[in-house]
Design a protein around this ligand. Sequence first.
Ligand code: BV8
Ligand code: ZN
Length: 248
Amino acid sequence: MNIPDELKERIKTAKNVAVFTGAGISAESGIPTFRGKDGIWNKFRPEELANFDAFIKNPELVWEWYNHRRKIISETKPNNGHFAIKELENIFDDVRVITQNVDNLHKRAGSKAIYELHGNIEKNFCIKCKKRFDFIELIESDKLLKCDCGGLIRPGVVWFGEMLPEKVFAEAENFARKTDLFFIVGTSAVVYPAALMPIYAKESGSYLIEINIEATEITYSVHHSFFGQSGEVLPELLEKIKLILTGE
Ligand code: BV8
Ligand code: ZN
C-alpha cells in the first residue's frame, strides 16, 4: 500500500480524525449494502419501503422488512474494518465516527464517539405518543406491534423525506469542520444531507481519504483513494500509520 507523502505529513501532525461510514463497511460482516449488486434495494426501492407513507400504507410489509434486517444484523458481528477504526482512538487525540449505518456495528466494535446520522435499527418509537421501545426482542414478534396508546410502533431510523436528528447532525458537522484527517469508508455518497459531511471537512482544510471497492461520487473530490475491501485496507492502513508515527 503506497502512502502519498502529503498524507504521511498530515498523519504526523493529525489530532482530530473523523471516519464517515456507509453500508460498505458492514458488507464484509454479511449485511447487504443498499445499492450494490446484492443490495437490499434491488428487491425493494427506497421509495417503496424506507419512508413514512410506505409505513402508513403497508405497515406490515415495512415492519417485516426491518425485522428481516434486524435478524441479519443480529447474526453478524463487526469486521476488521470496524475494529481498525476503533483502534485509531489509541493513536490520535480525538477520533469520532460519523455513520449513515443503522446496524450498531461501530458501537459493538467498541468505538467510543459515534454520530448516528440515520438513527439505529434497534431503536423504535410509537408514532402517536413517541414513547420509546428500544431493544424490544422484536425478532420473535414478526407481527406489527402497537403501543398501549394504540399507536403503531416504528423503527427509530431516519426515512427518506425525514429530517436527520438535528443535534447529532450539528455536532457531527462541527467536528467534521475541526478534523485534520477525514476518512470516507464504504459509502456511495449519494444520500443527502449526510453526504455533505466530507464537503464540510474539505472546506475546513481537512485531508480526505476514501476507502471503497470502486470509484464513487466523492472520488473526484478526495485527496487520496485506497481501492479495496475496507476490512482489509483499514487494518493495513492502521499498521502503516503506526510505522509513520514511530518514524520507521
Ligand atoms: C431529507 C435509514 C428533507 C433507513 C437511510 C434528489 C437529489 C438529492 C437529494 C434528494 C433528491 N431527492 C430526495 C433527496 C433527499 C434524500 C436523498 O438524498 N435521496 C437520494 C437517494 C437521492 N434524502 C432524504 O430524504 C433525507 N432527508 O432530505 O429530508 C427534509 C428537509 C427539511 C425538512 C424535512 C425533510 C433522509 C435520508 C436518510 C434515508 N435513510 N437509512 C434505513 O436504513 O432503512 S439512507 C440509506 O442510504 C442508509 O442509511 C445508507 O447508509 C445510506 C447511504 O447509502 P450508503 O451507506 O452509501 O450505501 P450504498 O449501498 O449506497 O453504498 C455502499 C458503498 O460501499 C458503495 O460505494 C460500495 O462500492 C461500497 N462497498 C461495498 N462493499 C465494500 C465497499 N466499500 C469498502 N469495502 C467493502 N467491502
Ligand atoms: Zn403510544
